[in-house]
Ligand binder design. Structure first.
Ligand SMILES: C[S@@+](CC[C@H](N)C(=O)[O-])C[C@H]1O[C@@H](n2cnc3c(N)ncnc32)[C@H](O)[C@@H]1O
Length: 301
């Protein structure tokens, strides 16, 4: 049998993207191209990612970087990492740097992820805010919106007079791709699996599609959340004071000095007695910080 030989990187024709193209009937996206990534190139990418996004790529992540960079290179029709790094350096607009950071970030998230935090917000945070009928929460590293929308749904569920409250959720991320998805507020069936049935019926509109169905978040929830692109390593335009900051499953990608600086910046933006929530696989142990420990993954100013 003759094995068909096909180019790993077909040259893009005008008006098409690599995603549109097929090779022997197989969509390009399903073919893993064999790009070579030398140790020095991995180090350059790791340095750039650390400088620009605070993300520390540990040794052993070479395959992951290779696979993710290949995706971006395929979109551009670039065949070698060397040519890609050259392209990156020549692009003075910052667009390609943002695109590279975008593909290298890990965006895993889900609705009501780490349920203990939502119990904590319901039982411990909301009652204390009754005095002023207001809450400002910040989902720092919000990915595709499941986290801030979960907070907004919780607020709507727990506060019968929510429309009288000044309730605002700021949701930020460095990745434009996930923010675009968050702003659209449309999720597939798998993504809404973790949403309790009653909430799914109340806060999502089911829309039939060729593939099955998708779920559109309601205006009442969407209207409470404001999305913005923000690099946590850069300057922050907002001026506190937050009641709660959720920075969950974000700092795991940062090294210790970066985490320490970030945690101190969160302190500055929190109200007295405001809470910082981190992921349950994270903790502030070993960091020099001014917070008091409340329970696993919860800290108070
Ligand atoms: C694993 S997701 C966590 C999402 C959500 N917080 C959760 O726990 O489900 C981490 C998110 O942090 C974002 N991120 C990583 N570095 C960042 C930075 N320097 N500034 C802002 N966001 C960043 C990534 O783009 C990604 O969407």
């Amino acid at each position: 049998m003759t094995v068909p030989v096909f180019p790993v990187f077909p040259v893009l024709t005008a008006g098409t993207t690599a995603q549109d193209q097929e090779v022997c009937g197989i969509p390009m996206t399903t073919i893993t191209p064999a790009v070579d990534l030398s140790e020095a190139q991995f180090t350059s990418v790791a340095q750039l990612l650390h400088e620009r996004a605070g993300i520390a790529l540990r040794p052993g992540k070479e395959q992951l970087v290779k696979a993710r960079l290949s995706r971006r290179m395929r979109e551009l029709g670039i065949r070698s990492v060397e040519a890609y790094l050259d392209y990156l350096e020549r692009d003075k607009t910052g667009h390609e740097m943002a695109a590279m950071i975008d593909v290298l970030t890990t965006n895993k998230t889900s609705f009501f992820r780490e349920q203990e935090h939502f119990e904590f917000l319901k039982d411990r945070v909301l009652p204390s805010l009754r005095r002023r009928d207001g809450i400002r929460a910040w989902s720092a590293g919000c990915s595709s919106g499941e986290e801030p929308f979960s907070v907004a749904m919780l607020l709507r569920e727990e506060l019968s007079d929510i429309d009288r409250w000044d309730a605002r959720v700021l949701a930020t991320d460095i990745s434009s791709t996930v923010l675009e998805k968050a702003r659209a507020g449309v999720y597939d069936t798998r993504a809404v699996e973790g949403v309790p049935d009653a909430l799914r019926r109340k806060y999502f509109a089911r829309v039939r599609t060729d593939e099955g169905a998708e779920y559109r978040i309601s205006e009442s929830v969407r209207g409470m959340v404001r999305f913005a692109r923000l690099n946590l390593m850069g300057s922050w335009p907002m001026r506190g004071a937050f009641d709660v900051i959720l920075c969950r499953n974000v700092m795991i990608y940062f090294d210790r000095p970066t985490r320490e600086t970030l945690v101190r910046r969160y302190w500055e933006l929190l109200r007295p007695e405001g809470h910082l929530l981190v992921g349950h696989s994270e903790s502030l142990n070993g960091l020099d910080h001014p917070f008091s420990y409340v329970q696993p993954a919860v800290y108070v100013k």
